[in-house]
Structures are given as structure tokens and as C-alpha cells.
Design a protein around this ligand. Structure first.
Ligand code: PMP
Length: 411
């Protein structure tokens, strides 16, 4: 049983009444992007209908409404992740832009030839390619913490990989493929012990659990609004104020300047220094509504419910002959299951499930080095969120059975 009213939650998401191929939609692809409740849609409509103006400069009433909405969203994010200062919350286009900002701005400032950047092979490309390219620009060394056979990290390996030459450690809080929940607090301590900074990709964590950046003691933390019942086009870079103050912006233009001369310019204070141009106003306001929505349910309740769903799915899918699950057991994983069914290509599988109205993801999940580690070119992934139920998992398993029979038919 959900620790909240699951029927009410389901009813909040208008898209869940869609039918797909004549069947009621079963949406099991929230790790790619979550669906949006009416409350978020209404809040963004209200903004466009009653508050729309540019922020920070208009002295008219609408300008004040828009600025209040935008800065109110920043304060909501600050509280949500327990950042100490509002200046530590930078709005970005998403996790990808947030990590690229750190790699360019902090990375180009702090990393020198021969220094090390430490990541893992379970990273999404968004937390891998920016570091790879930084390493190439600065002639630094990109090192990987080895994975255990079940797709978890052993802290002894983390400790052994980080050295006095390590400047940056960047690890996903939750893997989008293996579902592994990494002990970011412990890894941050090991990074700091060697004088490195700690970055974490929280794209798959923030939507599903309480995240406290001060408790984790991370220096930078990134996440996306669209995976947490908010709109696309908005994300957050949390950064420690003392570091952000030392860093150069990576984009220049309106809003972020203090004084502009013919040959040189100076920058304004945080957080605007990192938000050049007209910001993502409606999107930030939509993200605020998403935070209000998740907080009303309670992030601890979200985690408990998803854990229950995942344990149920894991048990049923483990019993399924020919189905291989990747990653750790249900106790160490978040709400997603990546798998392959022997004899059926994941793309065929996803297409067959779609004909039953079930949406799952198939492919490399933007994690090609991890696919290499798994020795798979592609996998299928079912991911769960607050609006999914055990009945939907039963439908998934029934559809998998049907698909297996269809593909094993011999003429
Ligand atoms: N990191 C992880 C772990 C993800 O799952 C994703 C989204 N699939 C990203 C980064 C990138 O997020 P976005 O596309 O919203 O920038």
C-alpha cells in the first residue's frame, strides 16, 4: 500500500488517462522524463496568463510578479536541497548544462597538466563526456573507480583511485541504468581528504529521495526539473558559494554584467553571474510547483513507495526464465530495473510492450561505457514513480511473457 493516496496522485496526472494502441497507458519510463501533474501545468498557465514579463529589470507590476515568481522558485529549491545560501542555486537548462558549467568554469580554472579527474564507468554521458573533454583540454588524466560485479562501488576502491593529484571527483548519486544508490557522503569525504572537490549528478536522485547538499557535503550537485514532475528546459546547479565566487562565467551577455566598457567588463554577484540572458522564468516557476507537489507527498514517502514497487518488480522479474537484470539487489537500488530478455532485442521488446500500452525505454541509455562493461549493446529499462502501481507491474510481466512466447515461436 502506498503511504499516500495513490488514486488521488494518479488522478493529478492528466496524461495517465491516455490510451495507447487501444490500451490504458502504463507509463514505465519516468527515468527518461516524468509526467506532469495538473498543478504544475496550471501554475505555468497562470504565469503566462497573469504574470508574464521579463525579470530583474521591469519596474512595472508584471515585472515584479515575474521576478517574485522566479526568485521565489530559487528560494524553494534552496530549501528543498537544504543549500545554505540562495546564491548557491543557479538555474540551468538541466543536469547536462549544470555539469558542463562546472567542467568549463571550475575545471579550466583548477585542473592542470598531469592532474586527475575521477569518475566511474556507470556515469551517464552528461557526467562523463564533459570530464573527458576537460581532461583533453588540460592534459589531465581521467580515472575510473572500478565497479563491483553487482554494479556497486566499494569505498576501498574509491579511496585507492583518489590520489593527491586528484582535483575533481564526480559520481552519480543514482545510476540511470543500474539503479545503484551511491554513498555520495562517504565519497565526498574521501575526495576532500585528498584535497579534491566533489561533484554529484543527482538527476536520478532528487526526484525520488530527500537530498541535503550540506549533509552530503558536496561542492557541486546537478539535477533536472523534468524528471521530478516539473517542466523540461530547467535544471539546477548547486555550487558552494566560496567556489562559485572564484569562478568565471561560461556565458556572457545581459543580466550577468555589472559594468560594460569598450574593452572590458565586470560581472555581477551570484547567482546572476551564471545566468546570462533572459532566464527560464516559466520553467523555474513550474519547477517550484513541482517541488510543492513532491513536498506535499513527502520525499521519504516517495522513496518508501518506490522501494516497495521495485522490490515487487525485482522479485517477479527475477523468477522470469531468460530475463537478466543488471545492477544490485532491490535493497541497494532506486526505482528502476534494467534488463534483457534472451532472444528478444530490447527494441523489439519495447515495441511489443507498446502494443499493450506499456512504455519502457530501450537502448544504451546515454551510458555507452557502462554498456561496454555489461557487455551489451543495448538493454531495456522499466522505471517507476509515484503514479505507478503493483497492478501495472503485473501488466508488465504479463506482456513480457506474451512477448517471450511470440519470439520463441518455431515454424
Ligand atoms: N544524468 C543522469 C543520471 C540522467 O539520468 C540524465 C537524464 N537521462 C542526465 C544526467 C541528463 O539530464 P538532462 O538530459 O535533463 O540534462
Amino acid at each position: 500500500m502506498a503511504p499516500f493516496d495513490i488514486n488521488k496522485v494518479k488522478a493529478d496526472f492528466p496524461i495517465l488517462t491516455e490510451t495507447v494502441n487501444g490500451q490504458p497507458l502504463v507509463y514505465l519510463d519516468s527515468s527518461a522524463t516524468s509526467q506532469k501533474p495538473q498543478q504544475v501545468i496550471d501554475r505555468m498557465n497562470q504565469y503566462y496568463q497573469h504574470e508574464n514579463a521579463n525579470v530583474h529589470r521591469g519596474v512595472h507590476t508584471l515585472g515584479t510578479r515575474a521576478t517574485d515568481g522566479y526568485e521565489g522558485a530559487r528560494e524553494a529549491v534552496r530549501r528543498f536541497i537544504n543549500a545554505q545560501y540562495f546564491e548557491e542555486v543557479i538555474f540551468t537548462r538541466g543536469t547536462t548544462t549544470a555539469i558542463n558549467t562546472v567542467a568549463h568554469s571550475y575545471g579550466d580554472m583548477a585542473v592542470e597538466e598531469g592532474d586527475e579527474i575521477v569518475i566511474t564507468q556507470m556515469e551517464h554521458h552528461a557526467n562523463l563526456v564533459p570530464w573527458q573533454q576537460l581532461a583533453k583540454r588540460r592534459k589531465a588524466v581521467l580515472k575510473y573507480i572500478p565497479l563491483q560485479p553487482d554494479g556497486t562501488l566499494d569505498l576501498k576502491d574509491v579511496e585507492a583511485t583518489i590520489t593527491d593529484r586528484t582535483k575533481i571527483v564526480s559520481v552519480a548519486h543514482v545510476s540511470n541504468v543500474l539503479g545503484t544508490i551511491n554513498d555520495i557522503k562517504a565519497i565526498a569525504k574521501l575526495a576532500h581528504d585528498k584535497g579534491a572537490i566533489m561533484v554529484s549528478d543527482g538527476a536520478q536522485a532528487v526526484p525520488h529521495m530527500t537530498v541535503d547538499v550540506q549533509d552530503l557535503d558536496v561542492d557541486f550537485y546537478a539535477f533536472s526539473g523534468h524528471k521530478m514532475v516539473g517542466p523540461t528546459g530547467i535544471g539546477v546547479l548547486y555550487g558552494r558559494k566560496s567556489l562559485l565566487n572564484k569562478m568565471e562565467p561560461i556565458e556572457y551577455g545581459g543580466d550577468m554584467i555589472d559594468f560594460v566598457g569598450l574593452q572590458d567588463s565586470t560581472w555581477t554577484e551570484l547567482p546572476t553571474k551564471f545566468e546570462a540572458g533572459t532566464p527560464l522564468i516559466a520553467e523555474a516557476i513550474g519547477l517550484h510547483a513541482a517541488i510543492d507537489y513532491l513536498e506535499a507527498i513527502g520525499l521519504d514517502e516517495v522513496l518508501t513507495y518506490e522501494h516497495e514497487l521495485t522490490a515487487y518488480a525485482y522479485e517477479k522479474m527475477s523468477e522470469f526464465e531468460g530475463l537478466e537484470i543488471y545492477g544490485p539487489g532491490p535493497d541497494k537500488r532506486a526505482g528502476l530495473i534494467t534488463f534483457n530478455l534472451a532472444g528478444v532485442h530490447p527494441h523489439d521488446l519495447a515495441t511489443a510492450l507498446d502494443s499493450d500500452g506499456i512504455a519502457i525505454r530501450a537502448g544504451h541509455h546515454c551510458a555507452q561505457p557502462l554498456m561496454k562493461w555489461l557487455n551489451q549493446s543495448s538493454t531495456a529499462r522499466a522505471s517507476f514513480y509515484i503514479y505507478n502501481t503493483k497492478e501495472e507491474i503485473d501488466l508488465l510481466v504479463d506482456s513480457l511473457k506474451k512477448t517471450k512466447e511470440f519470439f520463441s515461436y518455431e515454424f
